[in-house]
Design a binder for this molecule. Structure first.
Ligand code: ZN
Length: 447
């Protein structure tokens, strides 16, 4: 139900004229108020929903949120009825510029045939479906196209921020950093020197502490908000084992030290237990995937405050389409998939900080919210899965002062979920309303 009172117009006009004559000019006060109401509200951090939720938005910002708040006169009221208001979801692990679905080998060759401008344009609908799924902020953990030095993720982030295209707020990693022949070395599996030279720090490939420092500096110089590195093998790479360590402790120490000196977070792709232990000891901010982590390693994460981003969607998708991958990758996917269930259950039991992340691009963009049910099915309470996607991720991203909760002063990133997501977690897959920074991106709610 949308009610736009005549008084809102009058109020807006009078505020406009007041601001014309005020010392500060046309400030936030001149902007109309929008009030969002629903039967329930999840504030992003509490252990339970509250009833009769109200969020008051002015301009880009939440001015108040809570239960049964009085409606300011002149406000536009949107009442969602039997629904739950929540902070916009956040995905800690996406690749919005990429699409890794379909037959692996065909897709790999097709990408080599396609010019990078075309690949960049193909990312536009990916960005739209992601925000329309309720994900108002994402970390984009690696974007590279073999032989190209275009920073497509930086361009996409900036175009979204300028309002040129519709998408989530993006924190991008540019090229993930990895070792020669490791998970991020895209020339691995092709004939030697097919691409004319061995990749180097300008491709994110670095060996030795000094080269790794240079690679970190190069990414940040070119627009990285967050640093991503592959410290163990991975599933979708042709020549490495899925769990081998790919950086030495000295290399990891340099990686973490350089990243933190430049005041960025370091997210590491890691399936293997030994690599994870060394990375956690070096002080990384998050372990992405973590398939083979032993309880002792998870306990170390708990002690050090390291986040786990389990990306259950990625293995789920690959295992469901296993024939689309070459046999060597099938074996790696099966091993990681078999290990991750116990790992995730242990992490929940131990109280490791868990952020929601999906590895979007491995599965079709826009299905990010399916991760909630996977986490729930493996033993995480629904309310904690919701927190993982909101306040926990906001802390992991280092932007908790701006987003992640419905509180006065936060940016108005708000979604409406039909019904009660703590009674049916799959309701997160059907958000009917998305607001990003005070702008309505989607509204399919029935009045
Ligand atoms: Zn990934």
């Amino acid at each position: 139900m949308i009610r736009l009172n005549r008084s809102v117009v009058i109020a807006a006009f009078s505020l406009f004229f007041v601001s014309l004559f005020s010392a500060h000019g046309a400030g936030n006060d001149a902007q109309p108020l929008i009030v969002l109401k629903a039967a329930r509200l999840f504030d992003g951090k509490s252990k339970a929903l509250i009833t009769n939720g109200v969020v008051i938005v002015q301009g880009t910002t939440i001015t108040d949120a809570g239960s049964n708040l009085p409606i300011p006169s002149g406000a536009q009221v949107i009442d969602f009825g039997d629904a739950t208001l929540s902070p916009g979801f956040m995905d800690a692990h996406t690749h919005v510029t990429a699409d890794y679905t379909g037959n692996f080998t065909e897709r790999r060759l097709k990408t080599l045939e396609t010019n990078v401008s075309e690949l960049a344009l193909m990312a536009i609908p990916n960005a739209r479906v992601t925000v329309e799924a309720g994900f108002t902020t994402v970390r984009d953990l690696g974007s590279r196209f073999e032989g190209s030095h275009d920073f497509v993720d930086v361009a996409l982030r900036n175009a979204i921020a300028r309002g040129i295209i519709v998408g989530p707020r993006m924190l991008v990693a540019t090229y993930g950093i990895g070792a020669t022949g490791g998970h991020f070395d895209d020339t691995a599996g092709f004939r030697d020197l097919l691409f004319g030279r061995e990749p180097d720090y300008t491709d994110g490939i670095a060996d030795g502490p000094d080269a790794i420092r240079k690679a970190v500096r190069f990414q940040i110089k070119n627009g990285a908000d967050v640093i991503k590195a592959a410290v163990s093998g991975g599933v979708l790479s042709m020549t490495d084992e899925v769990d081998t360590p790919q950086f030495t402790p000295a290399e990891m120490a340099a990686l973490v030290d350089e990243t933190h000196r430049l005041r960025k977070k370091i997210a590491v792709h890691c399936h293997g237990d030994q690599a994870a232990r060394e990375a956690i000891e070096a002080g990384v901010d998050s372990i992405e995937h973590g398939s083979f982590l032993k309880p002792e390693t998870l306990q170390l994460m708990k002690t050090k405050g390291t986040y786990l981003v389990p990306t259950l969607m990625a293995t789920e998708w690959i295992l469901g389409k296993i024939d689309a991958y070459p046999p060597v990758l099938q074996a790696k996917a099966r091993a990681a998939g078999a290990a991750r269930t116990e790992m995730f259950r242990n992490a929940v039991k131990l109280g490791v900080k868990i952020g929601l992340g999906t590895d979007a691009a491995v599965y079709p963009h826009g299905q990010n919210a399916k991760e909630f049910k996977l986490m729930f099915d493996l033993g995480m309470p629904a309310i904690d899965a919701l927190r993982a996607a909101t306040s926990v991720n906001a802390e992991l991203f280092g932007i908790a002062q701006k987003v992640g909760t419905l509180e006065k002063g936060k940016l108005a990133d708000i979604v409406a979920i039909p019904g009660d997501p703590t009674a049916d977690i799959t309701a997160t897959e059907r958000v009917s309303f998305v607001m990003k920074e005070g702008k309505i991106v989607k509204n399919t709610a029935k009045p």
